[in-house]
Design a protein around this ligand. Structure first.
Ligand SMILES: [Zn+2]
Ligand SMILES: [Zn+2]
Length: 220
């Protein structure tokens, strides 16, 4: 698998996932699965923020991955266990540093940046990147920096980590209660992040796992 195939696959799938989850949420057939009732959405206002941010995050991910390929990725043989280790190490590190960044910067000195995201009280999947461009860029830079610290990692490890990082950010804004037994941890993260959007003081700062919030006492 080549780097460009990985990037195109994950980024195109992200766009499709956003649309699929949004259409599911606004459909009346999902009424029994909505965490909060459907509110009126100004799609033009959302598009004015989301589309430039989608281009920015896509350009940063592609540019940084190609520019830093030698530091980020290795081309050697990799076992399945090696891929799992790459993914877990990258995402655990990201989850912990993102937690600190979100709690102490975005809800501290950089609140003026983060407040835009919190204007959305009942998010849908298409508002996952309804953020200030600075917040968007900081998130992508942090993710790539974590790969650099852990890495160089395998291309498969990069593909899985990028997919989880990108797709989970979309899913936790979906407003949908996933009831399948295997998706319960995902449903828990959706509810947890919905609670975060209800107030700037609602805790629940981590976005990949609940572990940092549970360890540092900010889970609500
Ligand atoms: Zn959010
Ligand atoms: Zn926040």
């Amino acid at each position: 698998m080549a780097v460009h195939v990985t990037l195109i696959t994950v980024l195109v799938a992200s766009a499709l996932l956003e649309v699929l989850l949004y259409v599911t949420y606004v459909s009346r057939s999902s009424d029994g699965y909505k965490i909060y009732p459907l509110r009126g959405k100004d799609l033009r206002r959302i598009a004015r923020v989301m589309l430039p941010n989608s281009l920015l995050s896509g350009a940063l991910i592609v540019g940084l991955t190609y520019g830093g390929q030698g530091w980020l990725l290795h081309t050697g043989e990799t076992s399945a266990l090696g891929v799992v280790a790459d993914v877990v190490a990258t995402l655990v590190l990201y989850d912990l540093i993102y937690y600190c960044m979100h709690r102490y910067l975005f809800h501290g000195r950089l609140q003026w940046v983060h407040v835009l995201h919190h204007t959305v009280k009942y998010p849908t999947a298409i508002e996952s990147l309804y953020v200030h461009p600075i917040e968007n860029a900081m998130g992508v830079l942090l993710f790539i920096a974590c790969i650099w610290i852990v890495g160089p990692i395998s291309l498969w490890g990069f593909a899985v980590a990028l997919a989880i990082y990108s797709w989970l950010n979309i899913v936790i804004h979906s407003g949908l209660d996933f009831r399948h037994a295997w998706l319960r941890p995902v449903a828990y993260m959706v509810r947890k992040h919905a609670r975060h959007h209800s107030s700037m003081r609602a805790g629940n700062y981590a976005s990949i796992t609940p572990i940092p919030d549970l360890v540092f006492g900010t889970a609500e």
